[in-house]
Design a binder for this molecule. Structure first.
Ligand SMILES: Nc1ncnc2c1ncn2[C@@H]1O[C@H](COP(=O)(O)OP(=O)(O)OP(=O)(O)O)[C@@H](O)[C@H]1O
Length: 264
């Protein structure tokens, strides 16, 4: 495995003496799926935005493929909870827009085939000419995922992409995402609040604690622990709870969230 993303000593402070988090360092190997889990406000979205080049850290560095990240780039695909589709464009046009930004020289026939391939990948061929307002929340989220993959990013950054979906839709899209990621060997960094989602998808899970008063003084938030997922990589959602090690892993993460993640 080769280190692909390197985060060194990242900190973010809105108030200088009380940084939201500090000393955040971790790496992602190529093709690895890493989830970050922690309570609201610990700084997960801020970290993701810094990795995306959409926000600046107060200290520290991010290197992707050996180069420092200093701004947004089509080398990183980002999927937010609020899918951010252009409402006046159809599914096809939304994705074509992104593909054209990435490869302005692409010929019309190739562009068409490329877009259709990614729409098919997320099972939306039947809805390709519909506008976002004619799609369900789950379908819109699928378009967001297809769009992110369609530009062949070196890395995918997902900020709770399934947070707003009902359990059934969420499960179906998790399965789809997992299949696509395995097939494309995509490197992924994902924020989730859902312990089972992290256990299903992630190779490693970063447990993040909130900043707060500990032992009489303010301590910034940060990565408290990195948990390696011991379950077999070909795990399926339906059989997850039958696997050896599942409950131990789940209990460990839940215990962290209940008793260690926040200052008391
Ligand atoms: N512009 C800002 N000015 C001041 N504080 C901010 C600003 N943006 C974010 N914060 C604070 O930084 C902290 C981290 O926010 P962030 O959105 O990264 O947390 P999060 O872990 O992603 O939370 P959630 O799970 O609720 O999305 C929060 O306490 C938030 O109030």
């Amino acid at each position: 495995m080769k280190t692909f993303l390197k985060i060194e000593g990242l900190a973010k402070a809105y108030v200088p003496e009380r940084p939201v988090f500090a000393d955040v360092s971790f790496t992602l190997d190529k093709g690895e799926f890493v989830c970050i889990i922690g309570h609201s406000g610990c700084g997960k979205t801020t970290i993701l935005n810094v990795l995306a080049g959409l926000d600046q850290a107060s200290a520290g560095h991010v290197f992707m493929d050996g180069r420092e990240v200093s701004g947004p780039s089509l080398e990183r695909g980002v999927v937010f909870q609020g899918h951010a589709l252009m409402p006046w464009l159809s599914v096809r046009q939304n994705i074509a827009f992104a593909v054209r930004s990435r490869w302005p020289e692409m010929k019309a026939a190739e562009l068409r085939a490329h877009v259709e391939r990614y729409v098919e990948m997320v099972g939306l061929s039947h809805a390709i000419d519909r506008k976002p307002s004619e799609l369900s929340g789950g379908m819109k989220q699928r378009v967001g995922i297809a769009r992110a993959f369609s530009i062949a990013p070196k890395m995918l950054l997902l900020d709770e992409p399934f947070g707003a979906l009902d359990a059934l839709t969420r499960g179906a899209i998790q399965d789809e995402l997992m299949a696509i990621v395995r097939q494309t060997q995509q490197t992924v960094f994902m924020i989730t609040h859902d312990v089972d989602e992290a256990i299903l998808l992630a190779d490693r899970i970063l447990l993040m604690r909130n900043g707060g008063e500990r032992e009489g003084r303010y301590q910034p938030g940060g990565i408290a622990e990195v948990v390696v997922n011991p379950l077999p990589r070909d795990r399926q959602r339906a059989g997850l709870h039958h696997l050896d090690g599942y409950y131990a892993l789940r209990n460990h993460i839940v215990d962290f969230l209940v008793s260690r993640a926040q200052a008391h």
